[in-house]
Design a protein around this ligand. Structure first.
Ligand code: NOJ
Length: 535
């Protein structure tokens, strides 16, 4: 386990929208370099950069055309290497985004794979043996009629993303390769080669896209896919022991056992994470743990559901709905690796869509004082809003969470010198759009609150990633929620009323940090409305 992860706090950068250094309307590596001091001062000491490789950008870069070449619009490979170096000088580690499950249909491997003549890449993707054959009874989408060879091929996501061939758990038809076959092994080795390429140049590891998706027809335990990752982890342990892997899997029980150092809890049905800030219930009473309904021609996101999120004031949320699920995962995996709680990501509606500034403060203070390795999505630290935008590069409703970072009140809110109509995406047009420069001046701002919490986290050995969580007060439907990590006690009350509870100790303590006020006297904790405290 790379030691640096214990004190790591990540910042996710969507490179298109972070900072444009050359005035072409889109963010780039030099722009990121120019903002590294800001990221460091925020208290983040690690980056995850969304895919920045050569791509036709039909899925914002998750359709990779060349894994070893950066996209021209962000800069050259040398610029990226300079970014690694500049980040390292500041004690910041950098993870790139690895997309192992599929490539762009424009990738050289896929072009060769489409050819009639057999070649090295004929089985790099998953092909059937007949031009009208479907790809099995697992419901995988497939495409026919596009290639010279007389077969259909399987897709991993959008139509532009053919699935790479890691084989099938059960190769029960003649056209299927087994997951241990030479062809499947060749794909694993090709992906390891890509990882080595970037780690040899200074990258510190990868966020892994759709990490559970590799072996097809896999079982519930993901036996086939897990074997691939254990093999990759062995390479890391041997050759790159200080490099890290975080999975987009949202099932730490499986992913950490498969060798990942960290796994995200994501905003999806089976994940308790959604109950914290996106717990929507429709009017018929059916609970849906996802983003609000996306209807209408404009793909707009509308709050058509009642919201019972824990951090929404007086919404009837219940921390047990999160903690019951979380604690099971945490207890089962705490010796293996870390659970990553996120503010949001590039696929999810921003938290400011439904939470007030005060609610955001409480939510961030919570995820930043829990065990595991937290991730902040760029702009969430200033409460950047979800915008109602037309789809861009396969973003659809996600586009609204990908608008340019808001630095100051200058042209394009400091993101770019380009003419407004040349921007990758428009900036928030509202006159009160939050900006970094103003929030830095306000001691009470969301940004400064996060900076304070992170300062405490970095200074206090008890508040790092390591597992030391104890629950001190948690009752169904009751508040506050009180938890302890080593010598620190944290408590949160998102409601509009004062809340108190007995903690089972006889402690009296002074307040180390508070969003709002609270006291701990003779074991009784009292919190004013909408507050979060550290004793
Ligand atoms: C998950 C990524 O986060 C998302 O943005 C992308 O569209 C899909 N995987 C496909 O790669």
């Amino acid at each position: 386990m790379p030691g640096w992860l214990n004190d790591a706090v990540f910042y996710e950068i969507y490179p298109q929208s972070f900072c444009d250094s050359n005035g072409d309307g889109i963010g780039d590596f030099q722009g990121i370099i120019s903002r590294l001091d800001y990221i460091k001062d925020l208290g983040c000491n690690a980056l995850w950069i969304n895919p920045c490789f050569d791509s036709p950008f039909h899925d914002a870069g998750y359709d990779v055309r060349d894994y070893k070449k950066t996209a021209q619009r962000y800069g050259t490979n040398d610029d990226l290497i300079q970014l690694f170096d500049q980040a390292h000088e500041r004690g910041i580690h950098v993870l790139l985004d690895l997309v192992p499950g599929h490539t762009s249909e424009e990738h050289e491997w896929f072009r060769k794979s489409c050819q009639l003549e057999k070649n090295e890449y004929s089985n790099r993707y998953i092909w059937t043996d007949f031009c009208f054959r479907g790809t099995g009874n697992f419901g995988y989408p497939y495409v026919g009629g596009e290639a010279e060879r007389p077969g259909t091929y399987l897709l991993n996501f959008f139509k532009c993303q053919p699935a790479l061939n890691y084989g099938w758990l059960d190769a029960d038809e003649s056209w299927k390769c087994g997951c241990g076959s030479d062809d499947a092994r060749a794909t694993v080795e090709a992906m390891k080669d890509v990882m080595r390429f970037w780690m040899d140049r200074g990258c510190d590891g990868f966020r892994v896209d759709m990490a559970a998706s590799l072996v097809k027809g896999d079982d519930d335990k993901k036996t086939g896919t897990s074997a691939v990752w254990r093999d990759v982890r062995a390479m890391f342990d041997k050759e790159y022991p200080e490099c890290a892997l975080v999975s987009e899997w949202s099932n730490p029980d499986l992913s950490l056992r498969a060798g990942f150092h960290m796994d995200f809890l994501l905003n999806e049905a089976q994940s308790p994470y959604s109950t914290l800030i996106r717990d929507y219930q429709n009017h018929a009473g059916r609970i849906i743990y996802s983003d609000p309904c996306f209807t209408g021609e404009d793909n707009a996101c509308r709050p058509e559901y009642e919201d019972h999120s824990f951090f929404k004031m007086d919404a009837g949320g219940d921390i047990c709905r999160f903690m019951d699920g979380y604690l099971k995962l945490y207890e089962g995996t705490k010796e293996l690796g870390y659970i990553s709680l996120i503010s949001c990501n590039h696929d999810t509606v921003r938290p400011a869509f439904s939470l007030s500034n005060r609610e955001l403060k409480l939510f961030y203070a919570f995820i930043l004082t829990m065990p595991g390795v937290p991730f902040i999505y760029y702009g969430d630290e200033i409460g950047q809003r979800y915008l109602n935008l037309r789809t861009k590069e396969g973003g659809y409703f996600r586009t609204g969470s990908r608008s340019p970072m808001q630095w100051d009140r200058g042209p394009n809110l400091g993101f770019s010198d380009a003419a407004q109509d040349k921007l990758y995406l428009p900036v928030d047009p509202s006159s009160d759009a939050p900006v970094v420069s103003e929030m830095l001046e306000d001691p009470d701002s969301l940004l400064n609150t996060i900076r304070s919490v992170l300062r405490i986290r970095h200074e206090d050995a008890d508040l790092k990633a390591g597992p030391n969580l104890e629950i001190m007060y948690m009752e169904n439907g009751k508040l506050p929620f009180v938890y302890r990590r080593g010598n620190r006690i944290m408590a949160v009350n998102p409601s509009s009323e004062e809340q108190s509870a007995r903690t089972g100790t006889s402690d009296t303590r002074s307040l180390l940090f508070g969003i709002g006020a609270g006291s701990l006297e003779n074991g009784k904790i009292t919190l004013e409305p909408q507050s979060f405290v550290i004793f």
